[in-house]
Ligand binder design. Structure first.
Ligand SMILES: [Fe+2]
Length: 287
């Protein structure tokens, strides 16, 4: 440790021990970063100006810092350290910036209510919400959102009605949920801000693989925010938000069930296993 860093750390003595801990760790890592990369004063100021520009991009509807956090894998890293659970739980994944209140819908309803329904691949999505021991969870609430076939959410696209491609479903006595939609498509994250500047600077594409977002809640269980991804997507290995986990990838199959569909369609099956409240590694594996 340099004398300078030792001096900075010695001055951290606020009333909240957690704040002291976090600031001390951040300062230590930043000093190590400066030691390692040896930025010139001009480079350091350029870095600060980049953060100022990032702040200027932020509005109530857009948070460029969250985008940067996603693009650097940091949102996923925070998600990972907060969502340990049994081996068979459904893994969590980042929420992303496009959640908004969804209309309540009945099991089997279409969540696609706009013209994209004529253009897209008709798709039935179904599965069960279960406890990690396999018990079906009746009355669980499944909150869904997805982009349309051109990769836009209703909140980004004036041509879509509010609530299009969103839905709030309640599972039946067997824990089943199902709905009809169109196949989601891959899409680019916004690139007109500092997030885009960063991506171009490091030679990285802005694409996210096709996915549906899930937020699942049930009494007595830890709420789960996750994605389901479609197998075969060219961006699964290089998601701009680093949110893909192998257990969340599903192969769309040719539709075959009794889902009331006319004509050909695809089927995606995705069971969700929730972690009971109070689960800890120590309780699950007592020494
Ligand atoms: Fe998304």
């Amino acid at each position: 440790m340099t004398p300078l860093l030792r001096q900075v750390l010695s001055q951290i003595d606020g009333p909240d021990p957690r704040v002291n801990e976090v600031v001390a760790a951040l300062v230590s890592h930043l000093h190590a970063f400066v030691e390692e990369t040896r930025p010139t004063p001009e480079e350091w100021l350029a870095g600060l100006a980049f953060l100022v520009e990032t702040g200027k991009m932020c509005t109530p509807d857009r948070d460029e810092f969250i985008l940067l956090s996603d693009m650097l894998g940091l949102t996923s890293a925070v998600d990972d350290v907060n969502n340990a659970g049994p081996a068979n739980m459904t893994p969590s994944s980042v929420e992303g910036p496009f959640h908004s209140p969804a209309p309540e819908r009945k099991l089997g309803d279409w969540i696609s209510t706009g013209p994209e329904r004529e253009r897209g691949v008709p798709t039935v999505v179904h599965g069960r919400v279960l406890d990690c021991d396999g018990t079906p969870l009746a009355g669980a609430v499944v909150d869904l959102w997805q982009a349309n076939d051109t990769g836009l959410y209703d909140t980004q696209d004036d041509s879509q009605d509010t609530g299009n491609l969103r839905g709030l479903f309640t599972t039946d006595a067997d824990g089943l949920y199902w709905f009809r939609t169109i196949r989601p498509s891959s899409y680019p994250v916004p690139t007109d801000g500092t997030g885009g500047t960063l991506l171009r600077a490091i030679g990285r594409h802005p694409m996210r693989p096709a996915h549906l977002h899930y937020r699942v809640t049930a009494g007595g269980h830890r709420p789960l925010i996750t994605h389901v991804f479609l197998a075969g997507d060219p961006y699964l290995e290089s998601d701009a938000a680093y949110a893909v986990k192998e257990e969340l990838v599903r192969e769309p199959r040719p539709g075959a069930g009794e889902w009331g569909m006319d004509g050909p369609y695809e089927e995606i099956e995705f069971d969700v296993r929730l972690v009971p409240l109070g689960w800890t590694e120590e309780r699950a594996n007592p020494a």
